[in-house]
Design a protein around this ligand. Structure first.
Ligand SMILES: NC(=O)c1ccc[n+]([C@@H]2O[C@H](COP(=O)([O-])OP(=O)(O)OC[C@H]3O[C@@H](n4cnc5c(N)ncnc54)[C@H](OP(=O)(O)O)[C@@H]3O)[C@@H](O)[C@H]2O)c1
Length: 390
């Protein structure tokens, strides 16, 4: 990277002191990218050290609760060897972020915390030895920083962004270069920000772990971020999709997106039987299970013998009483899903590009309105992803 900086210095658009700091091996710096993507204030074009400048972040401090989120200034971080700094452009919220902020995901999470797992930005500085990405490239950081392939490594839950690691609600984040992925070029920033957690979870449930095939019948619960991602991916793979929702109006919207059948789980409490009926009593091949305690029994009624339940969420609680015989005697596979790894993310991006898929964005908020964005998510009125723009 020293070469890149030296070249730019020759063009006389990099201040000599910045180029010297970069050539000294601390990091590389591109003023065009920095000023265009992060901050247009004059001092950015004369900086000596990236860390001398402050940035805005959304911080949860003092105690848990949406009301304890504040926009504050922090020093802008500088990438060390093997790291990249990303000028964040958009962040998408996940239900996990809401639980984290409320103290319901991990009550022992140390504060202060910068929340949010999902986001996208542009590389604005690279540390020594980075070759995986270049300055100016648009990238998404992984949710689980060190999980590149295979099964989750031991301690994976200690390396997740948005808690316990600081998350994406910051103007600049520094992450290991091996933990970024280039999103499909046809997506807007808001859409690309939906990939690392919600879309990859759906991909893992259906493809990596679910082995989806053309002609399968997939049952998807709800109309949130994971659910609508699963709908798009299931249709891309040639599956029939049955979706459940608490709202008839939302069921009309999923039909417009390609869902084959919709069931209102409020007015049809035995929606599992209804879903099985829609398959001629054969049962569905795959269930995208986000409800947890209150929904697993109905999912077991819906799934075919030998079918798979991708256990993703516990929106209605994590303690369930189900008849274990209905799992073992019918050889049902209850498959835990924890987001996914870098290999899966890259495979998913190829599929998204090939199919021209676009995540469904419900509403976009400004950084200063992050509390309102989380409250909107908590209201359950959203359809798809809630995004914060930086
Ligand atoms: N395991 C993982 O790696 C992983 C990754 C991402 C998310 N998750 C989990 O997956 C769940 C969904 O996350 P998300 O970000 O997609 O949330 P979200 O965008 O807030 O979507 C939640 C949707 O689920 C539906 N829903 C709510 N309660 C339900 C219930 N009791 N039964 C059936 N559907 C219900 C609602 O749809 P309607 O409004 O249509 O009724 C709601 O809009 C959460 O529990 C989250 O923690 C897990």
């Amino acid at each position: 990277m020293a070469e890149r900086v030296a070249r730019r210095s020759d063009e006389a658009d990099v201040p000599a002191d910045c180029a010297a700091a970069a050539a000294g091996g601390k990091f590389s710096w591109d003023p065009d990218v920095v000023s265009a993507m992060v901050d247009t204030t004059p001092q950015d074009t004369t900086c000596k050290d990236f860390s001398e400048h402050s940035m805005n972040v959304v911080e949860l401090s003092g105690q848990f609760g949406i009301e304890n989120l504040h926009v504050v200034e922090r020093p802008r971080p500088t990438p060390g060897p093997g790291e990249v700094a990303i000028g964040v452009r958009a962040v998408s919220l996940n239900y996990r972020d809401l639980l984290m902020v409320r103290g319901q995901y991990n009550p022992r999470q140390p504060l202060p915390l910068i929340p949010a797992s999902d986001g996208v930005g542009v590389v604005v500085a690279v540390g020594e030895g980075v070759t995986r990405v270049a300055m100016g490239e648009r990238v998404c950081p992984l949710f689980a920083e060190g999980w590149l392939s295979g099964a989750p490594p031991p301690g994976v839950t200690r390396q997740t962004r948005g808690g316990p690691l600081d998350g994406m609600l910051a103007e600049v984040v520094v992450v290991p270069a091996h933990s970024v992925v280039v999103p499909p070029g046809h997506l807007t920033d808001a859409e690309a920000a939906c990939l690392p957690c919600a879309m990859l979870t759906a991909w893992s449930a259906l493809v990596t772990l679910g082995g989806i095939k053309a002609g399968d019948v997939v049952l998807i619960q709800g109309t949130g971020g994971v659910a609508l991602s699963a709908l798009a991916l299931a249709k891309l793979h040639g599956a029939q999709v049955i979706m459940t929702s608490s709202s008839d109006e939302k069921l009309e919207r999923v039909a417009a997106l390609g869902a084959d059948h919709g069931i209102n789980y409020r007015t049809e409490p035995r929606w599992g039987d209804v879903a099985r009926g829609l398959t001629g009593k054969r049962g569905v091949d795959l269930v995208v299970e986000v409800g947890g305690a209150d929904t697993l029994a109905q999912s077991l009624r819906a799934v075919r013998p030998g079918g798979t339940i991708g256990l993703i969420g516990v929106l209605s609680g994590g303690l369930s009483q189900v008849r274990l015989e209905s799992i073992l005697m019918r050889q049902v596979r209850v498959q835990g899903v924890f987001v996914g790894n870098r290999d899966g993310f890259e495979a998913m991006n190829r599929a998204i590009s090939a199919g021209g898929l676009r995540p469904v964005v419900d509403t976009t908020f400004e950084l200063g309105a992050t509390r309102a964005a989380l409250e909107h998510m908590a209201s359950g009125q959203h359809f798809g992803k809630v995004v914060v723009r930086l």
